[in-house]
Structure formats: C-alpha cells, structure tokens
Write a protein that binds this ligand. Structure first.
Ligand code: ATR
Length: 287
C-alpha cells in the first residue's frame, strides 16, 4: 500500500464552492492507496469569478483529473475541448479528464446512481418513475431513467414550469411518456414503481423536512430512492419505510460517481473486490 508523496505523484482534485463537507478526497485517496497508484486527490475551493483561471491553472499544472461540484457543473462546460453526448444531454459535467489539448468533460452522477440501483436490484427498465424536483440533480436522474428505457416519468415540482422544461428536454432525446404535476396535485398520481427524491429538502441540518407530507402518496409505490446521504435516512425515506417500501439513500450514488470518475481518469475498470474493500473502509470511517 502506497503512502508516500514524491516527485512522481500525480494530482487529482475537486473544484466547487463550498467544498468543505466533501468526502470525495477520502474515497479517492483510499482508492489510490488500494490500487497502489501514485495519486493524491485534493479539494480546491474556487471563488466566484475564478473558474476560468482555475481550469487554465489546473491544465498548466498538469492536474490529471478534476471533479466539479456546485455551482460549476454547468458553467464549466464551455471551458472544455469535448463533452460526452450523455453529459451534453444532462447539461452538466462533474468529471474532467486531462488531455494534451485541454479537458474532456463527463457526467458520472447519473451512471453513479445507475450503478447503485443495479447493486440494490432496482430496475429502471419498464418501470414507472416519479421524480421529485426539477433542478440539476433531477436532470441527471431524468435522462438516466429515459436512457434506461423506463415506461413513464412523472415529475413533481413546486415550480411546474421548471418540471415542464425538464420533461421537454428529456423528450427531445428519448421517446418516453412524461407527465408534470405541481406539489398541490400529488393526490392525482396513479400507482407507480419508483419514487426518486432529488431536492435538498430533508438534508442535514433540516432533517425533519419532507417534500411530500401527503400520507396517501406512500401507498402508491414500492421503491423509494433519495439522493441525499446525510442524514442516512431522510424523513422521506422514513415515511416510505413505515409504509413497507424498499428504501435507498444517496450514498451509493456518491460512491459510484467517484469510482466512475477514477475509472475515466485512469482508463481502468475497478474490480468488485476493490470496491468492497473501499466501501468497507468508508463504513469503518463513517459508521
Ligand atoms: P440541485 O442542482 O441540487 O438539484 P437546484 O437546481 O437548486 O438544486 O434544484 C432544487 C430543487 O429542489 C428544485 O426542484 C426546487 O424546486 P423549484 O424548481 O420550485 O425551485 C426544489 N426545492 C428546493 N427547495 C424547495 C422547497 N422548500 N420546497 C419545494 N421545492 C424545493
């Protein structure tokens, strides 16, 4: 197991603001150590207005890969030499890979969620999905569900027009049935399979908030996914579990988006036993 930084160490990192609460450095530095690769992964807080300089500087410093988080996932797109078609559809990039000519942009958030769903035997194909929220995270989820050939996507959002824009955006690329409802129209929802909660509602410290209070809602589906991982069980998941619904939080998505970024940077596939090893180490650290 490698522990030393030396003259050959390559740098990876995360740009965003704020970034103090990230656990990505933990995931990536454990990965580098398990794979015995000479990498170090660092958080870089980029102040408003400094993104251009940050990307140029990273390139000049030969930084091999960057993750990008809030608020730069969209803004960063015009600083890249190439973007994968799926990241273009989502309209956001969370992973940059260094090349001699500049950075290539990827989106591993959606594929991270997909890997977590697969690991937990949750099948998007032919399922009727309800997406709660229509922000950046919902975009990645919506495109993923459509790409994986789900049967129907219903978007529930406080601001209905934003839901409609997302639905239109999805249908621009995929032939899938969509429906959009406001939060006050939840009673109209017909039975479906999977609810995916994408808003920040219920995130620490406001752990008692729930985007959907209507108890009848929880009688209409059998799998609940929340992209939030802190707390590990949001009020939304708590309510779902009380109703006998299978639940999954966002930790797996976070974990696998990181794994996928590492695979992109290094052109490798990380094996199941390494994944288990890294996951166990994280569980030991975070309980
Ligand atoms: P992200 O990129 O994390 O998805 P975002 O783009 O700001 O963040 O989107 C946040 C989502 O949470 C939106 O769907 C937002 O609803 P609106 O489109 O109506 O703004 C939703 N959201 C955030 N706070 C909310 C609240 N207090 N009540 C209802 N919806 C809320």
């Amino acid at each position: 197991m490698r522990q030393k930084i030396n003259g050959e160490t390559k740098v990876l990192g995360l740009i965003g603001n704020p970034i103090e609460h990230t656990i990505s450095p933990i995931i990536h530095n454990i990965l580098a150590s398990k794979l015995d690769m000479n990498y170090v992964y660092l958080p870089f807080k980029v102040e408003n207005g400094m993104l251009d300089k940050a990307i140029e500087g990273a390139r000049a410093l030969n930084i091999k890969g960057l993750n990008v988080t809030v608020p730069y996932k969209e803004q960063v797109m015009d600083k890249l030499i190439e973007i994968t078609p799926f990241a273009k559809q989502i309209g956001a990039v969370n992973t940059l890979k260094f090349t001699d000519n500049g950075y290539i942009g990827y989106n591993t958030d959606a594929d991270g969620l997909n890997a977590s769903l697969i690991k937990n035997s949750i099948k998007l194909k032919d399922s009727k999905i309800v997406i709660i929220g229509a922000g950046g995270a919902a975009k990645a989820v919506g495109m993923l569900c459509a790409r994986e050939k789900c049967k129907k996507i219903t978007i529930i959002n406080r601001t209905v027009i934003k839901g409609q824009i997302l639905a239109n955006n999805i249908r621009q690329y995929y032939n899938v049935e969509t429906k959009v409802l406001g939060l006050d129209e939840i009673g109209k929802i017909e039975p479906f399979d999977i609810a995916i909660q994408t808003t920040p509602i219920g995130m620490s410290p406001k752990v008692h908030d729930n985007p959907i209070d209507d108890t009848d809602f929880y009688k209409k589906f059998h799998i609940a996914v929340d992209l939030i991982y802190n707390p590990t069980k949001t009020e939304f998941l708590e309510e779902a579990e009380k109703n006998g619904i299978k639940i999954l939080n966002g930790f797996g998505m976070l974990f696998y988006q990181g794994i996928k970024a590492y695979e992109v940077w290094n052109d490798i596939i990380i094996t199941e036993d390494i994944l288990e090893d890294v996951m166990n180490e994280l569980i030991n650290l975070y309980g």
